[in-house]
Design a protein around this ligand. Structure first.
Ligand code: MN
Length: 720
């Protein structure tokens, strides 16, 4: 742990004035430099007076920075590396200079740059750590020591968790050490051409497996994208060349639809009186390659995205509102990473707009500060241990207690910094970290036509429908998942194949109930928008809201996850004061006596009954839906759905069904999912002559060899 670690509660600083925070900065041009390095001849035949470049880049981000430590660090590094050569034949000092320039352009603070200039001296020259401490202080010594130790971490055969643990130990969790390491790797990758091909490939693979994930997690987008392109060029030279050709062809075209749409957007925002910069951001090679794989045929607008930069958070939503009003939004593309930032600090609004001619442009909307963090991630945050008075971080604020509150730094980074000390062992540390990261994990599902959809983990068929069809998804009547009919509430898994069944009725209505299953903002917005413009369908008041859309639509309609219990059992539940009310047992939690239950009124006078602990209950209460008192009646016959998790073995199905039959229980339906990793899941809907038999039945099923769990489904809980 750094000796400089400072109690953040001391010396609160006022928030920097908005004007200061908003002041225009030179745009980070690493991406352009990187592309130039890839496309054209390298500029290494000319050694620039790089310390002045470093100073200039540093002053652009930190106008008041003291440059003296940089000058001294350069003098020491230059003299101690003198006589050493890079494999390319250049003086060795070009390397630490280039690494430092990369960090300076990203906005790193002076201490990091000083350490970066010295990062190879202790490893490769006579300079000692004591000497570094004497001349530059403990903090610089600590950072140089971290980079030197990190140098020795073997990225080789060890498992991912082990490699990360070693890196975190080596760096003492100091993200500044990691950012020096990333810049070091970037420069080495840029100059990899002088190495033998086998060595290039080996280094590229480690970069792909370790350094790029690290850059992603630290939010250093500018480094990550350039590293990705450099790795792509080495590991996939043919596809890389093809992508380069596509970009060259596109650049030679006469009209640029992106530029035209950008002009249209500028006009719209001018008209609305919103101050904003509208830029075109070319996609990097790997991103373009991904898009072309996904879409097959590239459109003129696929080569870049529009970037709208504004002053304040609220302006982002104002821009969004104007674009969605004046142009045609592609609602499935909308994502709000401002309200819900990604794990790696990234904040932005994402949307897409279509022109009259059908050309669609993706649009990113963010403030200047968000943009800086999006590009530079933790590097833009400065010293994570510094007291706020040092004002090294532009977006920094303090709350009333003087506690440092950085809106651009979500909990995961603080936890990352704290955990390793707290975690008793590497595995626990790693698994907690992974859980945190998993919140943002994306899954890919396949469409029958061979296309794919990227969805957040936990997404359901409802989300898939809106992702694929936009507002036309209102007409969705059901889905097949991996060939099997599935309810629209089904939570999708990575690799599932989803076929959405679309109705032909142009006046199709979405169900309000879909809101409970919509995980993505795109789906929620589309459904809510429809409901807002069709108030009659939403009925009157929170007690008469929901469901059974397109009443009377006949059966192959598994659209809702609540397969109505047969009428002989429905009356088992009685609505207080309304014995004649139509009752449905919710399929998400399949209540049976003596479960505690509660009801919600839905459209058409039907009352759905859930177990009180069902996640849907919490959600609906959160939406302001009124509960209706219900209780169990006299009937004892019930249907219930049970999921049995087992290890795969022969005759499992036969043994399970026999065990159920021996309990005197009838099987209404059964599905068996294809086994994964020797595990298999059976789902049975059974008819119990008496609800009291349920515990015995579950025990009997658990006693079947290979079965390790039997439970009533709780997939709804997983959906949120
Ligand atoms: Mn180095």
């Amino acid at each position: 742990m750094s000796a400089e670690a400072t109690n953040p509660a001391v010396s609160p600083a006022p928030a920097p004035p908005a004007a200061h925070r908003r002041k225009g900065r030179p745009r980070i041009d690493l991406r352009r430099l990187g592309r130039a390095a890839l496309l054209g001849p390298a500029t290494r035949d000319r050694l620039p007076d790089a310390i002045s470049h470093v100073a200039e880049a540093h002053r652009a981000h930190h106008p008041d920075a003291d440059l003296e430590p940089l000058r001294r660090a350069y003098v020491l590094a230059e003299s101690s590396h003198r006589g050493q050569m890079r494999k390319s034949g250049e003086p060795y000092i070009t390397h630490p200079l280039a690494v430092t320039l990369i960090l300076a352009e990203l906005g790193a603070e002076t201490t990091t740059l000083t350490a970066s200039l010295l990062h190879d001296t202790v490893e490769d020259t006579d300079v000692t750590l004591d000497q570094v401490r004497e001349q530059f202080g403990e903090e610089v010594r600590y950072l140089v020591d971290g980079v030197t130790k990190l140098e020795k971490v073997d990225y080789g055969a060890a498992a991912e968790s082990e490699t990360f643990r070693k890196m975190l130990v080596a760096t003492g969790n100091d993200v500044r050490v990691m950012s020096i390491k990333l810049a070091d790797r970037l420069h080495n990758m840029r100059t990899l051409g002088v190495m033998r091909p086998e060595k290039q490939e080996r280094i590229a693979k480690v970069t792909r497996d370790v350094l790029i994930p690290l850059a992603e997690r630290l939010g250093v987008q500018a480094l990550k994208t350039e590293l990705e392109d450099l790795v792509f060029a080495i590991l996939h030279p043919e596809e890389y060349a093809r992508t380069r050709e596509l970009i060259a062809d596109n650049a030679a075209r006469e009209s640029d639809p992106l530029a035209e749409i950008a002009e249209e957007v500028r006009g719209v925002l001018r008209e609305a009186g919103i101050q904003a910069e509208v830029h075109i951001r070319p996609r990097h090679f790997v991103s373009l390659h991904r898009v072309s794989r996904k879409r097959g045929q590239l459109r003129g607008t696929d080569f870049g995205r529009l970037l709208v930069l504004v002053g304040e958070d609220a302006d982002c939503y104002a821009v969004l509102g104007e674009l969605h009003t004046c142009l045609t939004p592609v609602v499935s593309e909308f994502k709000d990473f401002i309200a819900v930032p990604k794990f790696n600090l990234y904040q932005s609004l994402h949307t897409a707009v279509a022109r009259g001619d059908g050309q669609v442009a993706e649009v990113l909307i963010r403030t200047h500060q968000m943009h800086k963090v999006a590009e530079a991630g933790v590097v833009a945050l400065g010293n994570p241990y510094a007291a706020p008075a040092e004002d090294q971080t532009d977006g920094e604020r303090t709350d009333g207690d003087g506690e440092r509150v950085d809106p651009t730094r979500p909990g995961w980074l603080s936890r990352l910094l704290d955990w390793q000390q707290a975690a008793p062992d590497a595995d626990m540390f790693w698994s907690t970290l992974r859980e945190d990261l998993a919140q943002d994990r994306e899954i890919t599902v396949f469409r029958p036509d061979g296309g794919t959809l990227g969805l957040p983990e936990g997404a359901t068929c409802v989300d898939a429908a809106y992702a694929q069809y936009g507002e036309d998804a209102h007409a969705c009547i059901g889905a097949r998942v991996n060939g099997r009919l599935a309810t629209l509430s089904t939570v999708l898994k990575d690799g599932d194949t989803v076929q959405l069944l679309m109705g032909q009725d142009p006046a199709s209505e979405p169900s309000r109930e879909w809101l409970e299953h919509a995980h993505t903002p795109a789906a929620r917005i589309a459904i809510q928008r429809w409901l807002a413009t069709h108030p009659s369908s939403a009925a009157d008041g929170p007690d008469a809201l929901d469901t059974e859309r397109k009443d009377g639509t006949p059966a192959p309609r598994p659209a809702h996850d609540e397969p109505a219990a047969p009428s002989d059992t429905a009356n088992a539940v009685v609505v207080a004061g309304r014995p004649e009310a139509n009752v449905r047992l919710a399929g998400c939690c399949t209540p049976v006596p003596p479960d505690e239950v509660t009801g919600f009124a839905v459209r058409g006078g039907v009352v759905t009954v859930h177990r009180v602990e069902c996640a849907a209950v919490t959600r609906m209460k959160g939406l302001g839906r009124g509960e209706i008192a219900v209780h169990w009646g006299d009937t004892t016959e019930f249907r219930v759905t049970l999921v049995a998790e087992s290890f795969q073995r022969p005759h499992l199905l036969a043994d399970l069904t026999e065990a159920i039959a021996l309990e005197g229980v009838a099987i209404v339906s059964a599905t068996v999912e294809p086994p994964t990793q020797q595990r298999v899941r059976h789902t049975y809907t059974v008819q119990l002559p008496d609800a009291a038999l349920l515990p015995d039945l579950m025990r009997a099923m658990r006693n079947v060899a290979g079965v390790y769990d039997v439970a009533r489904p709780q997939h709804q809980a997983a959906a949120r």
